[in-house]
Design a binder for this molecule. Sequence first.
Ligand code: PEP
Ligand code: MN
Length: 335
Amino acid sequence: MLIVMDKDASPAQIAQVVAKITSLGFLAQPIPGGSRTAIGILRNPGPVDPALFLDMPGVTQAIAVSKPYKLVSREMKREDTIIRLPGLEIGKGRFVVMAGPCAVESELQALTIARAVKAAGAQLFRGGAYKPRTSPYSYQGMGKNGLKILAKVREETGLLIVTEAVDHDSLKLVAEYADIVQIGARSMQNFTLLRRAGHIGKPVLLKRGMYATLEEWLMSAEYIMSEGNPQVLLCERGIRGIGDHARNLLDLASIPAVRRESHLPIVVDPSHAAGRRDLVVPLARAAVAAGADGLLIEVHHDPEKALSDGAQSLYPQQFADLMADLQTLRPGGWC
Ligand code: PEP
Ligand code: MN
């Protein structure tokens, strides 16, 4: 349930509602909005009687939230969430591009690619230091040394960093180094990891699992938010489809569907959807046209020698051409 306060409600009236919710044994989550404060009721095992709140001073409405996800839902918060990073905001019409290699392989590799994507207009550098690979024999990433390289990339280029955490240990370290912590498709339902990501004090980019419905994906975001981290960014990266013409099936419909269901920003990763370089650019264009808040794109200066996902990595010039091309789809420009 969502208790909506009058726009002139005093802090004392808000506190009274919070105290009432707490006294009933539930969790109160105030959600400040542009014109009103709302207070979400969480952890209630069954329906809550609206009459308990409607006669309290300052309360205007008690709305039953029909979705299983609460904090994530637009019923709870009408305004789009903006992810705030140093010098950069994502969401609500601001568009962001995150680009870089699948994996950090060396300082020279990371810096070479970072300089190229920065010159083309990217705002964030992506690169995995911890890689969740399908095969245990595939390259698993540089670990902490990779994170140190990412810190150097930020220092030298000013690009903010998005990088993946795969387990509890890496989450702690990644949260120290990254500006946005990525939780990958394979970890989307690692519920203990999601809960911990609720406590890191950094924005989380939550990728959609390859078999996840929209509801399952949003419930995973709810895990993070319910632990107190409101800075969640969703990333559509394709789900398992039929056929082998692409690695995954990019679900473009999820962009408007997420926007309808949730206030969280949604970015699109056409690289992992495509699995092959020649499909990345058309999918990126389609994602922007469908209203994505940003793109996450793999780029490598020498993809034939890349230690992971070379086949889908754009050459720097292809990325620069795409960035120029996207301006025509977003005449308002970038954030
Ligand atoms: C990645 O971003 O490099 C990655 C492994 O992505 P996903 O979790 O979407 O497969
Ligand atoms: Mn990859």
